[in-house]
Every structure is written in C-alpha cells, then in structure tokens.
Design a protein around this ligand. Structure first.
Ligand code: 13P
Ligand code: SF4
Length: 348
C-alpha cells in the first residue's frame, strides 16, 4: 500500500496510451480477483489495476507464458497475475520445473538471470532492466577470482543475489532459506560466504565452521536497528517479531524468529500469532495478511526500490513486446548453472 500512489499515476498514463479502461464488464470479470486483495488494495486503485490484470492474464494464456513473482511484489501482482510465487529458492525451483517457454520474472534482475541460467532454451523477460540489487552490485566475478587466490582451497558459497559471472566463479549457491544447510553440507572447516556480510554473520552464529565473508549488504534490511525492534516491542506489547537474515545480527538477536521470506510467511500462516511485526520489505505484510485475516500486522518496513520498479504496466509491456530479454553468455551460464543446481540438489 506504501507505493500505490506512484504506481497508480504510472498505471493511469499507460491505461490511456493502450486504450484500456475500467468498465462495468471489466469490474464484473475482475471481481473474483479483487476479492483476494480487497483488504490491501482500495477500490480506486483497483479501478486502474483491473484492466491490466485481465489483459495480462489473457496474454499469458495466449502466449503460454508464466509470471514468477517474488514475495516482495505488490499485492495486485503477487495475488492477481502471478502463476508461481515465493522466496528466491522457490522461484529458482519453479523456473527449473515449468514447461512454459516464456517466463516473465516479477522480481529483480538476478532472479531473472537465475531462471535463464536454469533454462537457457527459454525466453526469460524482466519488465524493468534497472531492477537491480545492492548485494548483486557489491561484487564481480573478478573479485571472486581474487578471493580464490587469497583463500586457496576454501569453498565459496554464493548467495543467489548475485550476477551470473559471480555464480560462475563459485562452488555452490545458497539462498536465505538453505544457507545453513549448504554450509553444513561442505567438508571444509572454513567457508567463504559471499557477498552478504550480515547473512554470513547470522549463519556463523549457528555453525561451528569458520565463516569468511565480503562487505556486501542489502540496502533494505541493513537499515533496521536493534533500537527499532525495542521500540516496536514497547509500542505493540505481545507482538511476535520476525526478521529476515539479511538484517544485521544485532537486529536478529532482538527478533523472535528469523528466516527467509517463505519461512516468515509460513510462521504466520502456521502459528497464527495475534499480532506480528515483519522486519523486512513492505509488501510482505500486505501479501501475507491477505491469507491471514485474523492476524494483526504492525507495518514498519523498508521499501526495496528495485523490487518496486516492477508494475502491472511494465509486466504487460514485457508480454506485448518481449522486453527485456535476459541473455547470459553460454559458457558463463553453464558454470553458473552447476553452482545453482548443486544448491537445488542439496536443498531437496
Ligand atoms: P528470500 O525471498 O529468499 O528470503 O530473499 C529475500 C530477498 O531480499 C530477495 O531479494
Ligand atoms: Fe536486493 Fe535487498 Fe532489494 Fe532483495 S530487498 S532485491 S536483497 S536490495
């Protein structure tokens, strides 16, 4: 709900350009979809979203395309046009499993690249090329080659939030939901976990292995402080606090539970806390609250400016014009695929 003003303005402009409009017939056809999101999308916004939702769903069928949406997508994308949704691991698994030849990645660039790496024969589209990630831009393939020289024999575990070049230089990938399992699966007593220094430090607290890392951080999660959490606890007594492991360890130490976006969502769905605070990106609470009407969500959050570049008009444009097609050099993709597939195998 935090970014709908900007999104609504953008949507209104494109609606006029494409001749889409909200009519009684559109309202009727889109009504079952609105039922899903009416608690988090107001009627005015829905009037601009609905023609896009119907057109995207029609085009997807016509072209045999699928939309893969990350948990940080806004609710009209997450609940109304996605075919598969989830955390980074689930999206990679779904990209590997789908028979669709056309994939639209409603997420950030590294996610689209991971889909392409796993399915080089498929067309993978990212609706906005600028949808990057502060972690992915913190390290290059050349950096990893230097790390190998500096730490010979130390296995390199690379977070999926990286470019194909970086994955290609790695021994195995991980996501926030399998990082500990992957680290524990390695024989070496010392492991290099790149590029998220906070994820690495959070994992270091749970293993006997020595964890070396890199200076990368998620610009969304690094902004939370332990003081923030203490304030929420004071203002909302009894609230359960869930934090993403990309937060600094001092923040995670103040939380009741830490896990990937899927793990946080499952925690709420399975345990039905009376009140919950999600220390993560803004759309999480909206998306999880749709399925959990009895849970009260306290909504402190930080927006990811990269995730928020993806909108309904851009998804529609992507499907119409097949832009922007993600390409990965075949030799790089083959090496990166080995690291991603090792992770998928180890997470079974
Ligand atoms: P997960 O969905 O895998 O927890 O990752 C969060 C994230 O920041 C992705 O960009
Ligand atoms: Fe990258 Fe953080 Fe945004 Fe995820 S939330 S895409 S890790 S900047």
């Amino acid at each position: 709900m935090f970014d709908t003003v900007a999104k609504t303005a953008e949507t209104q402009q494109m609606t006029a350009a494409l001749g889409l409009s909200y009519s009684p017939a559109v309202a009727r056809e889109a009504a079952p979809l609105y039922e899903r999101v009416k608690r988090v999308v107001n009627e005015l916004d829905w009037a601009t979203f609905a023609p896009y939702v119907l057109e995207i769903n029609r085009l997807k069928k016509e072209k045999g395309a699928v939309v893969l949406a990350h948990n940080y997508m806004t609710p009209e994308i997450f609940h109304c046009v996605s075919d598969f949704s989830g955390d980074s691991l689930q999206l990679a698994q779904q990209a590997a499993a789908t028979d669709a030849q056309l994939i639209v990645q409603a997420g950030v660039h590294f996610m689209a690249e991971t889909s392409k790496i796993l399915s080089p024969e498929k067309t993978v589209l990212i609706p906005d090329l600028k949808a990057g990630c502060s972690l992915a831009s913190s390290i290059t393939g050349a950096d990893v080659r230097l790390l190998r020289q500096k730490y010979p024999g130390v296995p390199i575990v690379t977070y999926v939030n990286t470019s194909a070049d970086v994955k290609a230089e790695s021994d195995i990938c991980c996501t926030s939901s399998n990082a500990l399992k992957i680290v524990e699966s390695l024989e070496s007593d010392t492991v290099l976990m790149i590029p998220d220094k906070y994820l690495a430090r959070n994992i270091a607290k749970q293993t006997k292995k020595k964890i070396l890392t890199w200076e990368g951080a998620c610009e969304v999660h690094e902004r939370f402080t332990p003081e923030d959490i203490r304030k929420f606890r004071k203002a909302y007594p009894g609230a359960v606090v869930l934090g993403h492991p990309e937060c600094p360890p001092e923040v995670i130490a103040e939380c009741d539970f830490s896990g990937s976006t899927k793990a946080m969502s499952d925690y709420v769905t399975d345990r039905q806390p009376r009140k919950v605070v999600m220390i993560t990106e803004c759309s999480m609470s909206d998306n999880v609250s749709v399925k959990n009407p009895n849970v009260e969500f306290v909504r402190p959050c930080n927006l990811c400016p990269h995730m928020k570049r993806i909108s309904l008009p851009k998804i529609l444009n992507s499907l119409l014009t097949h832009t922007h097609e993600v390409e990965v050099d075949l030799a790089v993709a083959a090496r990166a695929k080995a690291a991603v597939e090792k992770m998928l195998e180890a997470s079974k």
